[in-house]
Each structure stands twice: as structure tokens, then as C-alpha cells.
Design a protein around this ligand. Structure first.
Ligand SMILES: NC(=O)c1ccc[n+]([C@@H]2O[C@H](COP(=O)([O-])OP(=O)(O)OC[C@H]3O[C@@H](n4cnc5c(N)ncnc54)[C@H](O)[C@@H]3O)[C@@H](O)[C@H]2O)c1
Length: 267
């Protein structure tokens, strides 16, 4: 049975493009009153107009930005039933050479934004009998791979936070779903949805199994319906996670070899 979000208030951060845009469309198609929140005002406006939602311009990289977003969403559509912390960026610096400012910025957007959002919405959700947090994380949250340093660190932290919320709030009606895809055909890998020719490019980059953002939204809906914590559009991510848990040292050694081979280094 398809989930029904009629008259539910759903917030999607990073809703102007990519996975967030697909989530916003999916929730709107299921009846939700969707707030499309993004730093890109014009793009968010176009998505919101198309789906009959509300655009809010915001930067989730600060606690004030997230608080203002929550206040605007509640004023527009009432108390929030589903909050999708989806906005994310890739590293601004180069591994250990990144500046403190670069590391602080990716930590703020890719990890702390989940905390600011939960602080702002969970108490009201609990008072109202329940709510759902959808966290767009990454395969890099479960299994460290070729993704950059700041991205990997922040996504791991965000997964730890999501587990903590689930452990402490599930019995109070809070559900958590973590989307952990590998490569998705979005802005993060150079797609621009306003430039149709960029849609095919991802498949020519040799990045392996590239899924479309709509498939991520389908996996989120399936996980929400089945009450699963993880939504994994790439089965291989779950398999690697199991190998890691089974023999951590062997997994670390094998993954290190694989990454160095991918980089063309001598192994
Ligand atoms: N594309 C992938 O391969 C991939 C894989 C795993 C996880 N993810 C995660 O998916 C999420 C969505 O990214 P995407 O792949 O759809 O990329 P995208 O670039 O297409 O979309 C990201 C959106 O977030 C917005 N955004 C960025 N910083 C923001 C901020 N500070 N405040 C508000 N909005 C902001 C951008 O304007 C953009 O609209 C991210 O958290 C990303 O880490 C992506």
C-alpha cells in the first residue's frame, strides 16, 4: 500500500536539485504539503511551484538558518510531520590539507544540520505522538571508501547521531530512516538538471552503478513503509557493510587496496 501523506507537513532540505528534488516530488505526489528548502532560491521556487509546495531560502549550515526554516515551515503548513535532512556538499579542501574553515563548513552542513533540525522538530513531534526524520547520508557513512576526508567524517558522525536518535526516541514515536546510496546522478557528480545533456554524463564517467535520484526516493518510501532504519539503493553497500562487521581488519586492508588501485597507485 502506498504511503499517504495527505495534509502532512514535509520539509526537504536541499530540495531544489538532485535527491532532495526527487524526495520533494515523491512526498508531494503522496499528498504531502512540502516545504522545499535550499540555498538556491530561484531553483527551490521552481520546484515548489511545480509540486504546489512552499519554497524557503535557507542555509542549513547554521543553527539560526535551520531554526528560521522550521519557523517558516510551521507558519506555512503547520507542525512538521516529516523532516528530510538532505542538503549536503562535498569537500571544500584536500584531505588533511583542508583548512579549519573548510572542515568546519562541511561538518556544519553534512553533520550538524541533522542535529539542529532534530533539536528543532523532535520535541513537538513527541508531543504530537510521533514524526519521521529522513536523513540523507551516504555509503560513506557506513563504509569508508574513495569519498573525501571531510565528507566521510561528517557522514559517519551523522549516522552516529541518527542511531542515537533512533535508540532514544523510537519508543516516543520518532522514526528514523537513513538513505545511504553510493553514486547518484545529481549535482554532486556534475549534473545540472537545467542542462539535459549532463544527465547522461554520469554514466560515462566510469563511476560504477550510478542510480537516479528518483530511485533513492523510491528506496526511502520502501524503508519508511517497512519501518527499516536503512534505505540502500545499492545492494553492494549493504554487502560491504556486512563484510566490515564480519572482519574489520580484513575489510580495511581489502578496501585500501581497492582504493589505491582505483587511483592508479602501485599496490
Ligand atoms: N550524488 C551522490 O552520488 C550522493 C551519494 C551519496 C549521498 N549523497 C547525498 O545526497 C544529498 C543530496 O545531494 P545530491 O547528490 O542530491 O546533490 P545536489 O548537489 O544535486 O543537491 C544538493 C542540494 O543541496 C543544496 N544545498 C547545498 N548546501 C546547502 C545548504 N548549506 N543549505 C541548504 N541547501 C544546501 C544545493 O543547493 C542543492 O540543491 C547530500 O547530502 C549528499 O551528500 C549524494
Amino acid at each position: 500500500m502506498e504511503l499517504d501523506f495527505s495534509n502532512k507537513c514535509v520539509v526537504v532540505t536541499g530540495g531544489a536539485h538532485g535527491i532532495g528534488r526527487a524526495l520533494a516530488e515523491r512526498f508531494a505526489a503522496a499528498g504531502g504539503r512540502v516545504v522545499v528548502a535550499d540555498v538556491q532560491a530561484e531553483r527551490a521556487g521552481r520546484v515548489a511551484e511545480r509540486i504546489g509546495g512552499r519554497a524557503v531560502t535557507c542555509d542549513v549550515g547554521s543553527v539560526d538558518g535551520v531554526s528560521a526554516l522550521v519557523a517558516e515551515a510551521v507558519a506555512a503548513f503547520g507542525p512538521i510531520d516529516v523532516f528530510c535532512s538532505n542538503a549536503g556538499i562535498t569537500d571544500l579542501g584536500d584531505g588533511l590539507a583542508s583548512t579549519p574553515e573548510q572542515i568546519e563548513r562541511i561538518t556544519a552542513i553534512n553533520m550538524l544540520s541533522h542535529v539542529w533540525a532534530a533539536q528543532a522538530v523532535v520535541p513537538t513531534m513527541v508531543e504530537r505522538g510521533g514524526g519521521h526524520l529522513v536523513q540523507t547520508l551516504s555509503s560513506a557513512a557506513l563504509i569508508t571508501g574513495p569519498a573525501p576526508m571531510g565528507y566521510t567524517m561528517a557522514k559517519h558522525g551523522a549516522l552516529g547521531f541518527a542511531e542515537w536518535v533512533q535508540l532514544n526516541y523510537a519508543h516516543k514515536g520518532i522514526k528514523v530512516t537513513c538513505l545511504c546510496p553510493n553514486v547518484v546522478n545529481t549535482g554532486l557528480i556534475g549534473r545540472d538538471e537545467d542542462v539535459p545533456s549532463t544527465a547522461e554524463r554520469a554514466h560515462q564517467l566510469g563511476l560504477g552503478d550510478v542510480v537516479e535520484p528518483e530511485a533513492c526516493a523510491d528506496h526511502v518510501f520502501a524503508a519508511m513503509e517497512e519501518g527499516r532504519f536503512l534505505a540502500l539503493p545499492h545492494a553492494a553497500v549493504g554487502e560491504s557493510f556486512e563484510r566490515k562487521a564480519g572482519d574489520y581488519d580484513r575489510w580495511l586492508e581489502g578496501t585500501s587496496h581497492r582504493i589505491r588501485r582505483m587511483r592508479g597507485e602501485e599496490v
